[in-house]
Design a protein around this ligand. Structure first.
Ligand code: HEM
Length: 374
């Protein structure tokens, strides 16, 4: 399942499009149209579980736990702060940094792409965009891993305590960053300047900052690994990406093909029919976006990497009112990585067996050994 979930997803999509998973006590959706309909229907399918009577402790309250209309002031505060950034500048600094890292790594016989490239890229580009100091990498990786594992709590309830502890540490870091935000340009300073007008309780703003840092770090890290592996498995694809006209569509296709965000969940606020199944109020619906992204009803020849695929309305960045606020930036980060690969001192080739992190919601490699061809 970890090595290749797509065959399992295809089986579910064709045979059990609304599948009850007993362990997770959730309805699992795998067809594109079904997943998209759930994600865009926030009136029936809530992200904010307080709408069905659950409690959400204060340390978990953030942009992610608010639905419209309460979500609107915080979401526009964050979106406006993003729009005020010069993404191209951040992208070009990341290109410089990764270019340097690759030149140094060219001296080595082989190296781990995840540790040496994906992690520093994700950490530096995220800190730069938000305008915060880079946290200690070893320390931050532990926080990020625990939060990613917490997302699998439906499968592994044992992950909850460590994940919540990590979230609390991240909130504390975010409060420190927030206090110092006036001194550095970036998303945080812009949020801080505009926050008073949004009239949100301060912990929402600060928790959302921490959540955003991790949403960026975790996905950019995992995408950088998935994309590198896909390019190693499709040696002609990188060469084709020299054609600048293919870069934007190519990055999107790489995210459709093997994105990091495999699924997300919503809770039904009232009884609703999906195909022949009645979902009862309070029941959880898990939308497997990664399965939807390989649905042949929406994507012709879905298991093939088609760098100029159009249209490509994939769900790799989610859909609807909780869709990714950093989608544009995530694309810039991956585009810069590809440009660095194209100008690197040589071609990379596999140098050992990759291993995966044992997480289902976030699809990520743990170790990806590579070497420069000499
Ligand atoms: C390639 C990189 C990325 C991918 C694949 C990705 C994917 C996603 C997905 C699938 C969602 C929706 C989750 C849901 O509906 O429950 C999401 C939400 C989110 N993403 Fe991203 N993301 C990426 C990069 C980023 C970056 C760079 C940032 C910030 C700098 C970011 C910040 C967020 C935030 C704050 C949310 C929550 C939005 C809300 O709940 O209203 N993401 N992302």
């Amino acid at each position: 399942m970890l090595r290749d979930p797509y065959a399992h997803y295809a089986h579910l999509r064709e045979n059990h499009p609304v599948f009850w998973h007993d362990g997770m006590k959730s309805w699992v959706l795998t067809r594109y149209e079904d997943c998209r309909n759930v994600l865009r229907n926030h009136e029936v399918f809530a992200r904010d579980r307080r709408r069905t009577g659950e409690e959400i402790p204060e340390f978990r309250q953030s942009l992610q736990t608010l639905d419209p209309p309460a979500q609107a002031p915080l979401r526009s505060l964050i979106m406006n702060a993003f729009h005020a950034q010069d993404l191209e500048q951040v992208g070009s600094r990341a290109r410089h940094r990764v270019g340097e890292i690759l030149r140094e790594l060219a001296e080595r016989d082989s190296f781990d792409w995840m540790r040496e490239v994906a992690a520093p890229l994700a950490l530096s580009i995220t800190a730069d965009l938000l305008g915060v100091p880079e946290p200690d990498p070893e320390d931050y990786v532990r926080i990020s891993e625990a939060i990613a594992e917490r997302m699998d709590a439906g499968l592994k309830p044992g992950n909850i305590a460590r994940g919540d502890e990590a979230r609390t540490r991240l909130n504390a870091l975010a409060e420190e960053w927030f206090a110092a935000a006036d001194d550095r340009p970036g998303v945080l300073r812009d949020i801080k300047q505009r926050a008073a007008k949004a009239e949100m309780p301060p912990h929402y703003v600060s928790n959302s900052t921490g959540m955003m840092f991790n949403a960026s770090y975790g996905t950019v890290y995992a995408t950088a690994g998935n994309v590198m592996l896909t390019l190693l498995q499709h040696p002609d694809a990188l060469e084709r990406l020299r054609d600048e006209r293919l870069l934007t569509s190519g990055v999107n296709e790489l995210i459709r093909y093997d994105g990091p965000a495999q699924g997300t969940s919503r809770v039904a606020t009232r009884a609703v029919r999906i195909h022949d199944t009645t979902v009862e109020p309070g029941q959880i619906v898990l939308t497997l976006m990664a399965a939807a992204n390989r649905d042949p009803r929406e994507f012709p020849d879905p298991d093939r990497l088609v760098l100029d695929r159009t249209p490509n309305r994939h769900l790799g960045f989610g859909w609807g009112t909780h869709a990714c606020v950093g989608a544009l930036f995530g694309q810039v980060a991956i585009r810069e990585l590809i440009v660095c690969l194209l100008t690197a001192p040589g071609r990379l080739r596999p140098a050992g067996t990759p291993t995966r992190r044992p997480t289902a919601t976030v699809r990520s490699l743990d170790v990806l050994p590579v070497a420069f061809d000499r």
